[in-house]
Write a protein that binds this ligand. Sequence first.
Ligand code: ADP
Length: 258
Amino acid sequence: MKEPDATAGPVTARGELIRLEDVTKRFGTNTVLDRLNFSVDAGRHVTLIGPSGSGKTTILRLLMTLAEPDEGTITVDGERLFPAPQKQVREVRKKIGMVFQQFNLFPNMTVLRNLTEAPVQVLGMSKDEAEARARELLDLVGLADKCDARPTMLSGGQQQRVAIARALAMRPRVLLLDEVTSALDPELVAGVLDLLRDIARSTDITMLCVTHEMGFARDISDQVLMFDSGRVIEAGPPEQIFGDPEQDRTREFLSAVL
Ligand code: ADP
């Protein structure tokens, strides 16, 4: 099979933010990513779709350095990860924010402190500056009145908004979104997706999303990557992937989820 062109947008040395080259990841005898290649240009919104277990989340975890590849290279903003000196890894990590399915907020801190902790501790921002920025972001996500609440007092949708604001508080270049609405009650999903649509439209942040929300993927993506068994089997703009997919496997997958 011809390697699909899994490059989101024209590749220019300056514009490229993320590159995976021949990345292989195994868990025991299970090859989860199989010589994977793709790149993402700065400012692009790329969505990873495909059946459960096809390796999508693993890619986000590798980018967050929560796991290491067995082979291949991963480069973020020109800096290589694995192997890399700790200092370099820390610098790369600062450029990446991640939002998880299960929110992962700090339960013992107020909402405001959830947003200020990392900017103060990791970026060395002053407490006043971090708080001002946190209030702005909580306003953006519609939770300005929840600064002093504990996360457990909030609905799932509100917690996920806080998690999105917390990721943005670090001013990342890339936002990784891992099935961020999967744990939400159905009536809370639309609000979170609308917020992400707004962020995609109104900022220049690069987004890499794993999602089962195909309508959302169609709306926000510059490019959609269809995964199967640890490989990108088809890549293209959403109109092509959703409207006229080339691969039978893509068609089959879409007819099962749409
Ligand atoms: P997806 O996001 O497409 O559902 P994942 O990246 O979560 O897929 O998982 C891909 C495969 O890797 C699955 O078979 C999963 O069971 C396996 N896997 C993921 N994480 C681990 C782990 N920490 N240990 C062992 N197997 C894992």
